[in-house]
Design a protein around this ligand. Sequence first.
Ligand SMILES: *[C@@H]1O[C@H](CO)[C@@H](O)[C@H](O)[C@H]1NC(C)=O
Length: 326
Amino acid sequence: MLVLVLRALPVSLRLSWRLPGCTSWGGTQSRGISYLAGAMRLVQFQTSSDGPRIGLEEKDGGNVIDLNAFDPSLPRRMREFLEVGDAALAVARRAQESGQHILPRAQVTLLAPIPNPGKVICVGLNYADHCQEQNVKIPEEPIIFSKFPSSVTGPYDEIIHPAESQEVDWEVELAFVIGKKGTHIKESAAMDHIVGFMVANDVSARDWQMKRNGKQWILGKSFDTFCPLGPAIVTKDCVPDPHKLGIRCKVNGELVQDSNTSQMIFKTQALVTWVSQFITLYPGDVFLTGTPPGTGVFRKPPMFLKRGDVVQCEIDQLGALRNKVI
Ligand SMILES: *[C@@H]1O[C@H](CO)[C@@H](O)[C@H](O)[C@H]1NC(C)=O
């Protein structure tokens, strides 16, 4: 009876009724990262017989609910799924509560949560501690640059070390994903346009970023596989404050970046407002919000990635990317 009443309500009401209920999943610890119980973790995945499909990951590394099996009318690509908007998220919540269509993790390969974002918008020098490390002033306005979307790769895929670069470097970053189209978005409305958060590695060929190509960053930032994303889009209702999260990068197990998103200079809402005065934001657009200190190029002596290295980028409550360099 309760279910019938709920289904009769408009989607927005149903969603707000469910917001306090990020509680259906257990498990608060995995691989030393703390998680909020119940976060909705949207993923793109494939199996040996089919894909891409959209799912919900139980927890980082956990089993996956097949949303396309739960509701065959749902799109099979994340970007189109996000274009459906709140109604698609409401179906995902129902699937999460149904306990049905659960695939064992061993049968599932995760892809990038959004393999084809319309744009990948990045922010330079956005951590106070990263500015200190380089001895540069804190920027007065966000420094916006971009990676070509074709650089996106999966959370556990290989990063291809290009023969053209001798200086391939890591950058762990908090990423967020646009869920609703908008332009000239006010800060007070910015969170309405964000669907959730994930981890990104803004892999960078420093030689091409800083010395070649007239010092335009885009080539050095956009080699194929230079943008691992994931493992999941964690919906915003389960990330109460994205600016209080531990953020780390390890290379071959050695901790090279270790900071806190509280160090971000321009926060999530401010970035949405700033960029949307120039550019219309669409569902599936991805923001990379800048990196803390400890990247290879600023180490003394500098240190760069070589073939065979494993880079792990992790953020509390969101999970970890693990990519081998080949
Ligand atoms: C990150 O910073 C916030 C706010 O200062 C703090 O509450 C939180 O415990 C910090 N997390 C880690 C892992 O240091």
